[in-house]
Design a protein around this ligand. Structure first.
Ligand code: PLP
Length: 408
């Protein structure tokens, strides 16, 4: 089982740019849009089957055919991959899909599931994306990676860079939750605290990357974080026995997971492993930073910069996502929606998830639950539909937000 990665393709409709995966690449050189990885899916489908998967390792790398790897498979080729192209892994993925009976009963949903991404290495689903991105950065010879983050991406990047033995530079807003700062420093990253938002941190990294020799792994600025996060879609397919849920609720910041899962479903469709039906993709955001919700309500194809972004759900504090047009495309194409939650609402939802299901969620996961509550109240979700809520991170990293929510 080997990667069938064939080339990179520009994500912007109408831009026909196609590139080889090497050297390490950031945005489309023609139009500066995100690049997407493409595979030889005819070759992949020969081995990527539910039966075959039963024999594989319990990490996201079990879907090797459709994940990036420098040593890719071609037909009639028997060479062994060299050591330096081994995946950089800490056991990410294969998180539990929990049937939330008690919460479901309260909401009138028989088949409400929570995919608990808080159980990934470094406590969030950022592990998936950075496992893939660091794997390729290392294989393609980058001496160091660099990224801005408002939260969990820093710790994940630092951990994977540590095990890969490459450098890691992280720019964070000065009000980033302290756990994210501590873990990044513990893993040996060069952490730079800046006054401003993640967009200011992004500018800081972008301005220096070329001179400093850093390879940028900012959200969607390189093609492989999407590939790691898309494995959430493959896992749902595998866990549901080859079917997809009716509804997926996804707390959206940069939107990598939503774009990634949508891509996974397209690939599964192209391989003939699912039919034409797709889950409705529900994007959950915080009221204090809801650019996608605003764009959705206006029926717009792109979002506008959300001024004065502020929320305890630090992973959702992305005022303008680079891939906003891809996020909105997935929402519209799937018949989905975008829903905002206030900080008070999302922390109350976190308490419900903890009380009723024993899941200690990140505030971002709470925003997802609020979206379900609102949609269920408006009759937008059927009682017997299969609904999957992503709890994207662990509550353990948000001590301040939790302490405030629980009171004295
Ligand atoms: C980063 C993050 C998000 C947003 O993820 P995207 O895929 O960039 O939209 C949501 N929740 C948590 C806990 C995060 O760390």
């Amino acid at each position: 089982m080997r990667s069938t990665l064939s080339h990179l393709e520009c994500s912007r409709p109408g831009c026909a740019e196609r590139l080889s995966p090497a050297p390490a690449r950031n945005l489309c050189p023609t139009c500066q849009s995100p690049l997407l990885a493409r595979y030889d899916l005819d070759l992949a489908r020969e081995t990527l089957t539910l039966d075959e998967l039963k024999t594989r390792s319990r990490s996201m790398w079990r879907y090797a055919e459709v994940l990036p790897h420098a040593a890719r498979a071609t037909r009639n080729e028997g060479k062994k991959p060299r050591d330096r192209t081994r995946p950089v892994t800490l056991g990410e993925g294969m998180t539990p899909l929990i049937h939330a009976h008690r919460l479901g009963e309260r909401l009138g949903l028989e088949r409400l599931f929570i995919k608990d991404e808080g159980l990934n290495p470094t406590g969030s689903f950022k592990a998936r994306g950075l496992s893939a991105a660091v794997t390729m950065a290392k294989a393609l010879g980058a001496p160091a990676i660099a990224l801005p983050t408002a939260g969990n991406a820093g710790g994940a990047a630092a951990a994977y860079a540590a095990t890969a033995g490459i450098g890691c530079v992280i720019a964070m807003p000065s009000d980033t939750p302290v756990a994210n700062v501590i873990e990044s420093r513990a893993f040996g990253a060069d952490v730079r605290m800046l006054d401003g938002l993640i967009s200011d941190c992004g500018r800081y990294i972008a301005e220096r990357a070329a001179d400093e020799g850093w390879f940028e792994v900012s959200t969607l600025k390189e093609p492989y974080r999407i590939e790691g996060k898309k494995t959430m879609g493959y896992e749902l397919w595998e866990e549901l026995g080859g079917a997809l849920p009716d509804v997926i609720v996804y707390p959206t910041g940069g939107g990598v997971g939503l774009i990634g899962m949508w891509k996974a479903f397209e690939e599964l469709g192209a391989m003939g492993l699912v039919g034409a039906a797709r889950p409705r993709m529900i994007s959950a955001q915080a009221q204090g930073c809801a650019p996608i919700v605003r764009a959705f309500e206006q029926g717009a194809a792109e979002s506008e910069f959300f001024a004065d972004a502020e929320t305890v759900a630090s992973g959702l504090r992305v005022p303008k996502a680079l891939g906003d047009f891809l996020i909105l495309d997935g929402i519209y194409a799937s018949g989905g929606e975008a829903v905002a939650a206030s900080d008070a609402e999302l922390m109350a939802a976190c308490r419900d998830m903890a009380h009723l299901e024993g899941i200690f969620a990140a505030p971002e996961g709470g925003a997802g639950l609020v979206a379900i509550q609102k949609l269920a109240a408006r009759g937008r979700v059927g009682a017997d539909e299969t609904v999957v809520l992503f709890n994207t991170g662990s509550g353990y990293k948000y001590a301040d937000a939790w302490q405030a929510a629980l009171g004295k």
